[in-house]
Ligand binder design. Structure first.
Ligand code: NAG
Ligand code: NAG
Length: 120
């Protein structure tokens, strides 16, 4: 009976593990593309979350430009002391008119990011 219970808990654990997206890189700061002459800051957003015990938290920033928008650079910088979080692009990006940037915390930590999207 007790062994049964442990098995069930393991299964539940594996499920939550699988449902959390894996960061492809463990870099805390993201810098893609180059800011070129004539580019403007299209969007600046701050994403922050406090620490939650034993939890991995994430959030997506979705930027959508118009038909003529071209994104030339995406930067995500950890603000303040490092919390070992990660940021990466899940959709769109450089050369597109839209981008989705995901920020994900380390387990048991929070994050505080400044995300800049440059382009024209
Ligand atoms: C489209 O977006 C760009 C910024 O990417 C802006 O400069 C331009 O004015 C916009 N055009 C229209 C028609 O809204
Ligand atoms: C990330 O960027 C911030 C702000 O520029 C800087 O203070 C920090 O040292 C950088 N972290 C890493 C791991 O490069």
């Amino acid at each position: 009976m007790k062994a049964m219970l442990v098995l069930c808990m393991l299964a539940a654990l594996a499920l939550t593990e699988a449902s959390v997206a894996r960061a492809p890189a463990t870099r805390s700061n993201l810098s893609l593309g180059y800011i070129q002459y004539g580019d403007r800051l299209l969007a600046r957003q701050y994403l922050a979350k406090g620490a939650l015990p034993n939890a991995i938290q994430y959030q997506d920033l979705i930027y959508r430009g118009n038909a003529t928008t071209r994104i030339s650079a995406i930067q995500a910088m950890e603000v303040g002391y490092t919390q070992w979080a990660s940021a990466w692009v899940v959709a769109g990006g450089i050369g597109w008119n839209s981008a989705t940037v995901r920020v994900q915390s380390a387990r048991g930590y929070g994050y505080n990011y400044q995300i800049d999207i440059w382009g024209r």
